[in-house]
Every structure is written in structure tokens, then in C-alpha cells.
Design a protein. Structure first.
Length: 235
């Protein structure tokens, strides 16, 4: 690094007075001064660089801390959103509609003979069975059950009379009343004595739209025109 002072020093060395030894000594002193200033500048800039490196290290640590905190907050947000969705699903539940053909799979005569008490017991047993089935196949959730049993009352009562189950026949109305009172969304419905009326009612209910606002599963456990499944008829 040369400055105007350097050029002046050169002139002084060039015009330094005689003798030669005096001129050499003069130039040497000038050179030593330049070297001293260069060393001073180097120390200054070295110290400045070190300070900047320290500052940079501090900023890097601060950035890393902020970035780590940001990632943690994002994870907390993600977990909170997922937990919120889980809680919402638990609150509104999973709606399940079970449509049963009561002509093809009516309840146990022993329960029907108990009248209203038997109806309550049948509804509870059916609810327990469905919830166990759903939990085993679809996981533990807050299921909301809608159960509809469609049947031909006249046909069933006549059948009970023909096979000699007079007590069952006489208590059937009380049984239906007990079943319907057991839970708000449990209902046995007499669909009349038309041929396959219960089966037709189930087929028509398969397109229910009032349940579309929540996750819904439709279950068709048994029908006189389908293969018999062990559900209501075994309760």
C-alpha cells in the first residue's frame, strides 16, 4: 500500500544529503516507519475480522434457535390440527344405520315372551353386538346407531299362533313398544302384509340422504330374500 506520503519519502531518500551512510540511514528509518504502520494496520484489521466472525457466529446461533423454535411451533400446530379433527370426529361421532328385515330375522321368542322388558333387552343386546362388530372391523370410535327393524306384524303374529307360541303372540305388541322405547333411534316398524314389504322397505332406505352430513355406514344384516346372517334372529 502506497500513499502520497510514500512518494514524498521516496523523494526524500532520493535527495537525502551526503554522505552515503547518512542517506542510507535516513531511508532505512523511513522504511521502518512504513513497516510499522503496515503491521499496525494488519493488527487492526485482524482484530476487526475476528470481531466480525464472533458477530457472525452469534447471528448464526440466533438464527438456528429461531429456526428450531419455528419447526417446533409448526409441529405443535400440526398436532393441534390433527387433535382438533379427532375431537370433532369424536363429538359428532360416526353415524351407523342398521336396516333389519324382521320377517327374515326376528328376535328370540324368549325375549318376545317377556314383553316390554324383553324389548328393552333385545335393543340393548343388538346395540352391544353392533358396537362390538364395528369396533372390531373399523376401530374404536364414537358410533351413533340408527336401527330400523321392518316387519309384517300380521304375518308374524299368525305364525306364532300356528306354531303354538301363544304367549309370544300375546306379548308381541308389548315387546315392540319396549324395543322402540329403549333408545331414541331404535325403531320397529310394521310395513304391512304385502309380499316382501319389509325387504322393499330396506331397499328403499338404502338411499337415505338425511345421513350424508356425517360419516355413515349402512348395514343390511338379514333379509328373507338374502342369505340369513346371525344377528337379530340370535338375540
Amino acid at each position: 500500500m502506497y500513499s502520497e506520503a510514500n512518494d514524498t519519502n521516496k523523494d526524500l531518500c532520493a535527495t537525502a544529503p551526503q554522505p552515503l551512510a547518512h542517506r542510507v540511514g535516513f531511508c532505512f528509518e523511513q522504511l521502518r516507519g512504513e513497516i510499522s504502520r503496515m503491521l499496525d494496520n494488519e493488527a487492526f484489521y485482524t482484530e476487526r475480522i475476528q470481531k466480525l466472525e464472533v458477530d457472525l457466529s452469534v447471528y448464526k446461533r440466533a438464527y438456528n434457535d429461531v429456526d428450531t423454535e419455528r419447526r417446533q411451533l409448526e409441529k405443535l400446530k400440526h398436532d393441534a390440527v390433527r387433535e382438533k379433527e379427532d375431537l370433532e370426529n369424536q363429538i359428532k361421532g360416526f353415524r351407523v344405520v342398521a336396516l333389519l328385515d324382521g320377517d327374515g330375522a326376528i328376535f328370540s321368542p324368549d325375549l318376545i315372551a317377556q314383553g316390554r322388558v324383553g324389548g328393552h333387552a333385545a335393543a340393548q343386546k343388538l346395540s352391544d353386538y353392533l358396537l362390538q362388530h364395528l369396533s372390531s372391523n373399523f376401530g374404536a370410535n364414537q358410533y351413533q346407531l340408527w336401527v330400523y327393524v321392518f316387519f309384517n306384524k300380521r304375518g308374524l303374529v299368525d305364525t306364532f299362533g300356528r306354531v303354538g307360541k301363544l304367549l309370544v303372540k300375546s306379548r308381541f305388541d308389548d315387546f315392540v313398544m319396549g324395543f322402540n322405547q329403549a333408545a331414541e333411534r331404535f325403531l320397529m316398524v310394521d310395513v304391512g302384509d304385502a309380499k316382501e314389504a319389509a325387504d322393499a322397505k330396506i331397499k328403499g332406505s338404502g338411499s337415505l340422504t338425511e345421513f350424508e352430513s356425517l360419516p355413515t355406514k349402512l348395514i343390511f344384516p338379514a333379509s328373507s330374500s338374502r342369505r340369513r346372517t346371525p344377528l337379530a334372529s340370535d338375540i
